[in-house]
Write a protein that binds this ligand. Structure first.
Ligand code: CP3
Length: 355
């Protein structure tokens, strides 16, 4: 990894989007209005996405330049959100490192041969060819001009859970048993995942991504002492590995109300808050050193315009007390969401928060 050059601070990829509301809010600089993007804004809520994905499996779509570019742009064109998020998946770098993993429709990532305590870390190879993804990012950043492209990766714990459980899990029992019974192998595995994801993030930023988000979707399954002992050091190492590139880093997890104080590490600029926490309380827990992102309940989008607008307005008002605030849902857009509701919400936010 050391042979990959760092971006010089005046690199055009960073200066071009530096004045955008998302980047400014992430850095705690004043903004004219609250910026907005949505987790899973690209995906099954959009008919143009479903049409494009007809007969193309998810992993193929995530590794095909033209499809990545088109799917990433779809929600930007339709909703006018303030950022694009790269169309990809958290298991894409695992596949690029030689792990046999598929993304099954309606299920999620499925690992053919789950990792055990005895083979542990030896299974994580180096990041292989991701040139289709890098080419897509280069095209996207040209097309997006001064609008940021957000790159992302999974956090080591969430990826480890998929690798150990073999697929989605409600209780993460095998993962926790692995963690507690073989702590040395566990730490090696998480360090290897942190290194792999660090390489993936670095490649995305060097290709043109101007912010990144680390998704620790399952961290909320852990109690705080376990999170701090077994997980957080590896997430910090991952976030720190791109510190030299100078792009804002968003640290997000689901069900992490109890973990927010721990997640607000110096290695990130923004902490994501899910919908289970009142944003005002999240801001208190996260403190004045970080900006926040969130946190409309994705289910509110089914409750009618009045509910959407009043809840969104409350969140914008609460966000004014944070160092900076990026509006988002508390978690991803649910597939049955009416895309017109999202478009309307973006327009409402752009008007309502005009200062
Ligand atoms: O718009 C965006 O946010 C960008 C795209 C994106 C996808 N996955 C595309 C996708 C992002 C950021 C992810 C991250 C991801 N993937 C996470 C972290 C975020 C989170 O939701 O907590 C996780 C846990 C995964 C693993 C994963 N991949 C799951 C749980 C699923 C859903 C399975 C299903 O079919 O319901 C996937 C598949 C997936 N990733 C889809 C999309 C658009 C749906 C696949 C399809 O359209 O066939």
């Amino acid at each position: 990894m050391s042979e990959i050059p760092a971006l010089p601070p005046e690199h055009p990829l960073q200066t071009r989007t530096a004045g955008s509301p998302i980047i400014r809010a992430a850095r705690g600089e004043p903004v004219e209005r609250t910026p907005v993007w949505f987790m899973r804004q690209a995906g099954r809520s959009l008919p143009e996405y479903r049409a494009l994905r007809e007969g193309v499996d998810m992993m193929t779509a995530c590794n095909t330049t033209d499809l990545i570019v088109e799917i990433t742009m779809q929600p930007v064109r339709r909703h006018g959100v303030d950022a694009a998020i790269l169309f990809s998946d958290i298991v894409v770098p695992l596949r690029a490192a030689g792990i046999d993993v598929e993304i099954q429709p309606g299920v999620g990532p499925v690992v053919a041969d789950p990792v055990t305590t005895s083979d542990g870390v030896t299974r994580i190879g180096a990041l292989g060819d991701i040139s289709q993804i890098e080419a897509a990012i280069q095209m996207l950043t040209r097309e997006l001009a001064d609008k940021p492209l957000i790159g992302f990766c999974g956090a080591p714990f969430t990826l480890a859970s998929y690798l150990i459980e073999g697929g989605p899990s409600k209780d993460h029992a095998k993962t926790k048993a692995f963690m507690w019974s073989e702590p040395a192998v566990w730490h090696d595995l998480l360090a290897a995942l942190s290194r792999l994801c660090g390489e993936f993030l670095r490649a995305q930023i060097l290709a043109g991504a101007s912010a990144i988000q680390v998704f620790d979707s399952w961290a909320g399954a852990l109690a705080k002492p376990d999170y701090e002992t077994y997980v957080l050091p590896h997430s910090r190492a991952l976030l720190d590995s791109v510190a030299d590139l100078g792009v804002p880093r968003i640290h997000f997890g689901v069900g992490t109300g109890e973990l927010l104080t721990s997640m607000a590490v110096p290695e990130c600029e923004v902490v994501g808050v899910d919908q289970r926490v009142r944003l005002a309380d999240g801001i208190t827990r996260i403190g004045p050193e970080h900006s926040v992102q969130g946190n409309l309940d994705p289910a509110a989008l089914f409750a009618g315009e009045d509910v959407v607008h009043s809840r969104a307005a409350e969140i914008v008002a609460a966000g004014a007390n944070a160092r900076g605030h990026i509006f988002n849902l508390g978690h991803g857009v649910l597939p049955p969401t009416d895309p017109a509701v999202l478009t309307n919400l973006v327009a409402f936010l752009h008007e309502q928060s005009d200062r």
